[in-house]
Write a protein that binds this ligand. Structure first.
Ligand code: URP
Ligand code: ZN
Ligand code: ZN
Ligand code: ZN
Length: 465
């Protein structure tokens, strides 16, 4: 087993910033030593020079959709291409969503997703499970799945006829979760009301991508968020609200948290850095920015940044769900409701959040906390992931805080024909990335391999008492 010393960097975790050398023994962190002291540990160890760089735990992206079936097509990143792109950006763990198939069981969904991912991933991966058809059998299976490390389940209040669950099914799932320790993740948008607005818009001949942002009203996100919170209270279960974008929805989460409830919220870089104006781009280009919840008017962003500071939103994941503009997004030409929902992002989450550090919006420790440590704890992966403590997996990023990069489809590694941030200048970049002790990216070279990444059975949420 090889040993590595990461020397001379500023080690940043969720709780501290210290000058230290990081010792890696095989797949694990062996310890942190005062600068220079590591030579006495093992004179034969490989040395990675981190002078002038940050040393942080690898990113944990708790919300991705590789190869996700949606609207008659599949998200364009496979587990192979998507996890490779994640590695390029310093994300060394993803938690993707397996889906209960229509008319099938959660177990079948999980088996299908295991088959897609096994032997293909560049970095470690876990699964949540999307429950699309909650019945007695599905609820029973949930208990066993929790025991196998599938400890979180996503429900949809949106997409009637596809993934949608009504309030009764949501309540039953939450009651089961209160018993078996699972965390219910909620796509909180009132899909029934949205579908009425979609139908009315199309009948009026309003068909272009801008309308996507109009029919998915912020109040319909807030209403669903409120309802999900009340249902979770009745069930006595914790709740994690995914891809929060509306200020009014944040207010609901904040109120719940102020009342002491186990309600958690996540947002994504697209809501922090892009606005609904993107949907108005000419030539159907707005379709590139169609995702749900939708991008919002700029005034929502102040609430998002504030909630990230106050911890009313505690995780930033990507909701990476890429569809190529040509051939996939174009399925919605002439009918915005047929544009596959989702945006690419798995590669640049750490960089965009680091950019927020540079802009003075969040601290360096908060950057690590939002992108790595809290998602690891939220989804039962800590301290193995999201930490540089002795015994943790040696998922480490040597991050260059001064590197300049311009985001572009020309240079990104995601399997999608556009960048949502084309031309955006970013300060900061992952220089060297280790996944369980193996260098997978170094100075612009990819050294990883499909199949290095392993499935991660997860514990239950570590924020619950
Ligand atoms: O538009 C999105 N978010 N697509 C992925 C599926 C989901 O709802 O997370
Ligand atoms: Zn969703
Ligand atoms: Zn999603
Ligand atoms: Zn450098």
């Amino acid at each position: 087993m090889s040993r590595t010393i990461i020397r001379g960097g500023l080690v940043i975790t969720a709780t501290e910033e210290i000058r230290a050398d990081v010792l890696v023994d095989g797949e694990r962190i062996a310890g942190l030593l005062a600068p220079g002291a590591a030579e006495h540990w093992d004179a034969t160890a490989r040395v990675l020079d981190a002078t002038g760089h940050y040393v942080i735990p690898g990113g944990v992206d708790a919300h991705t959709h590789m190869e996700m079936p949606f609207g008659g097509t599949f998200a364009s990143d496979t587990f192979e291409t998507g996890t490779r792109a994640a590695a390029w950006g310093g994300t060394t763990t993803i938690v993707d969503f397996a889906i209960q198939p229509p008319g099938g069981s959660p177990r079948e969904g999980l088996d299908t997703w295991h088959a897609k991912a096994e032997g293909r991933c560049a970095v470690d991966y876990g699964f949540h499970l999307i429950l699309s058809d909650v019945g007695e059998q599905a609820l029973k299976e949930m208990d066993g799945l929790v025991g196998e490390g599938i400890t979180s389940f996503k429900l949809f209040m949106a997409y009637p006829g596809v993934f949608y669950s009504d309030d009764g099914r949501i309540l039953r799932t939450m009651q089961r979760a209160a018993d078996n320790g699972a965390l219910v993740m909620m796509h909180a948008e009132n899909g029934i009301a949205i579908d009425v607005l979609v139908e009315q818009a199309l009948a009026e001949g309003r068909t272009d991508p801008r309308v996507h942002g109009q029919v998915r009203h912020p109040l319909l996100e807030a209403e669903a968020t409120h309802r999900a919170i009340q249902l979770s209270r009745v069930a006595g279960a914790p709740l994690y609200v995914v891809h929060v974008s509306a200020a009014e929805a944040i207010a609901e989460i904040t109120r719940a948290r102020d009342a002491g409830l186990d309600v958690f919220g996540e947002t994504c870089p697209q809501y922090l850095f892009l606005t609904v104006d993107e949907l108005a781009r000419p030539g159907f280009e707005g379709a590139k920015y169609v995702c749900s919840t939708p991008l919002r008017p700029a005034e929502h962003q102040a609430s998002l940044w504030q909630a990230l500071r106050t911890n009313d939103l505690s995780v930033v994941s990507t909701d990476h769900c890429p569809f190529c503009f040509t051939s996939q997004k174009e399925l919605g030409l002439g009918d915005f409701s047929k544009i596959p929902n989702g945006m690419p992002g798995v590669e640049h989450r750490l960089d965009l959040l680091h950019h927020a550090v540079v802009e003075g919006r969040i601290s360096r420790r908060r950057w690590v906390e939002l992108a790595s440590t809290t998602p690891a704890r939220m989804f039962g992966l800590h301290p193995r992931k999201g930490s540089l403590a002795p015994g943790a997996d040696a998922d480490v990023v040597i991050y260059d805080p001064a590197a300049e990069q311009v985001l572009s489809a020309e240079t990104h590694h995601m399997n999608v024909d556009y960048s949502a941030y084309e031309g955006k200048r970013i300060t900061g970049r992952a220089r060297t990335v280790l996944s369980r002790g193996e260098v997978v990216v170094d100075d612009g070279r990819y050294l990883g391999r499909a199949g290095h990444g392993r499935f991660l059975p997860r514990d239950t949420c570590q924020y619950l008492t």
